[in-house]
Design a protein around this ligand. Structure first.
Ligand SMILES: [Zn+2]
Length: 376
């Protein structure tokens, strides 16, 4: 075996790209990142952004201990921290937080895809669409709630749910799954039937009322929208169980839909609601469900080899703490607030382009890093 062949074998073995290898120094060290099945590319084709709303470090820690001291999040090779503050407030809300990820601007609390002067800013989802990528969103809140809303809509206030729903018509998002049926076809501000309008644009529209998501064979030649509840979906503890099947169906749907790749945003929306309720069990059950989904997304990305996975939160909720007297099976918890806090937020990244997510940076940098990873 000559040196060239040996080097090549080392590169393949460690899942490292030739770009990172030095050709004239056979002693150079390459670090194995994971047991991936394909050679890692340097630029991702697909980006999957998972947002655990209200998922601060304590929420993650509580989920981990109550899940037998393990989470799929531990498998991520790259971790970082982001500064979550908004334009007008050190303590952000989900609208300003998601707009920072989606648009790369700090804006005021309540803003949906607009800057602090209420000027609409193109979102990463819209840019992905313009560049020929397929796009999708899955959420366990309504699909017009602040986080998903900020990736697809441009409205002055997060409460403008019917306006945010109507903004779905202004895009060509390929697939969306979440609650909020009434904002589409039982509207108060007008008589528009957005199901009919979306169908006219080539969507297959369905909902919880018509058919179980698990029983639906999604037609990959069309676009697909599915509403999981009339308003807010239930908590996991009360029987909501669609995040996993919705994620798997969406990955299957988006995989190879466009030869340019895809952008997918998945939100574990209700970790935040557990924080607002100062309810540790609510936080933990939502956190563990979200982490299970993260595990499946990671599995997809490992097999695919061209998918960048980023997991983060918009902010922490509750000033949640794990106090003295806790054990690994039983946590003594406390809260400082029923609102959000300003603590820095962890970021986890895996896949081509993931290295850019280590360190400490502004929440808006998540947008910048995704955009440059895509090469837009
Ligand atoms: Zn909140």
């Amino acid at each position: 075996m000559n040196i060239k062949t040996l080097l090549f074998a080392i590169i393949i073995f460690f899942g490292c790209t030739p770009k990172n290898a030095t050709t004239n120094n056979q002693n150079s060290r390459t670090t194995p990142t994971s047991s991936i099945s394909k050679v890692m590319k340097t630029k991702p084709k697909n980006i999957i952004l998972l947002v655990g709303d209200g998922m601060g470090l304590t929420q993650i820690t509580a989920g981990m201990y109550m899940n037998g001291n393990k989470l799929n999040l531990e498998k991520f090779p790259i971790t970082g921290l982001h500064k979550s503050y908004a334009y007008d407030n050190l303590v952000t809300d989900s609208a300003a937080g998601a707009t920072a990820f989606a648009c790369g601007v700090k804006t005021y609390n309540g803003a949906i895809g607009v800057d602090h002067d209420t000027i609409p800013i193109k979102t990463i989802l819209e840019e992905a669409e313009e560049n020929g990528l397929a796009t999708g969103m899955v959420a366990t809140s309504t699909i017009v709630h602040a986080t998903p809303g900020s990736f697809i809509a441009h409205q002055k206030q997060r409460r403008m749910y019917e306006e945010i729903a109507a903004d779905f018509l202004k895009t060509d998002i390929d697939i969306f799954i979440g609650g909020g049926k009434k904002f589409f076809n039982n509207r108060e501000s007008d008589d528009r039937d957005l199901y009919a309008e979306l169908r006219a644009k080539g969507y297959v529209m369905s909902d919880f009322f018509e058919k179980d998501l698990e029983d639906i064979q999604i037609d990959k030649t069309k676009k697909f929208g599915y509403l999981t509840a009339n308003k807010d979906p239930l908590p996991v503890a009360q029987g909501r169980d669609y995040l996993m099947p919705a994620t798997l169906k969406t990955l299957d749907f988006l995989d190879n839909r466009s030869d340019k790749g895809f952008f997918l945003m998945i939100e574990g929306s209700q970790i935040d609601w557990g924080g607002h309720a100062n309810n540790s069990d609510y936080i933990v059950t939502e956190m563990i469900e979200f982490d299970n989904v993260i595990g499946e997304v990671l599995k997809y990305a490992k097999e695919d080899g061209e998918t960048l996975v980023i997991v983060t939160a918009d902010h922490e909720t509750g000033g949640y703490a794990i106090n003295k007297g806790s054990t690994r099976d039983s946590l003594v918890t406390a809260f400082t607030t029923d609102y959000h806090t300003a603590v820095m937020i962890p970021v986890f990244a895996y896949g081509p382009g993931s290295e850019a997510f280590s360190g400490i940076y502004e929440n808006t940098a998540i947008y910048d890093k995704m955009k440059s990873a895509f090469g837009f």
